[in-house]
Ligand binder design. Structure first.
Ligand SMILES: [Zn+2]
Length: 150
């Protein structure tokens, strides 16, 4: 594993989880330059953005799973009244399956919002989407041009 070429800048970047999207463009240049030259910080930045994407994906999937579960429970009568016994510390909680699924859905929504606020995942994913759109935009006219020529 490589080490950081400038531990002062490296420590600052580390405390931000290598996310410089929130700071002003004129302040960003020093950090961008460091990221461009320091292999260690670049690798860590990639790792942190990968973690963000995993977190937002897992919470999104979790929301979808609970929505699907609620839809299934809603359509199957015996499931609607089925009970779930939860053991929380020393108390026993008896919920209907439907209530448990609603609680799960709420918890996943809270997790999703926390990830969206605390990480640059939305900014990062929007950036990726814009980049992809640009690539497609560049590619489409080229393919059309080839087809017209042929
Ligand atoms: Zn570094």
């Amino acid at each position: 594993m490589s080490t950081c070429t400038d531990s002062v800048v490296g420590d600052i970047l580390s405390s931000w989880r290598y996310d410089i999207s929130g700071i002003s463009p004129e302040m960003r240049t020093d950090y961008e330059q460091h990221l461009a030259t320091c292999k260690h910080c670049r690798a860590r930045q990639r790792l942190h953005r990968a973690i963000d994407v995993v977190l937002i994906s897992v919470s999104t999937l979790s929301i979808m799973a609970f929505l699907l579960a609620l839809a299934v429970i809603h359509h199957i009568e015996p499931l609607r009244t089925a009970a779930v016994v939860m053991h929380l510390e020393h108390t026993q909680l008896v919920l209907t399956l439907q209530a448990a699924a609603i609680l799960g859905l709420l918890a996943s929504l809270v997790a999703w919002i926390l990830v969206a606020i605390a990480t640059p995942a939305p900014v990062f994913l929007t950036g990726v989407a814009i980049e992809q759109a640009r690539v497609l935009q560049d590619r489409i006219p080229e393919e059309l041009r080839i087809r017209i020529r042929a």
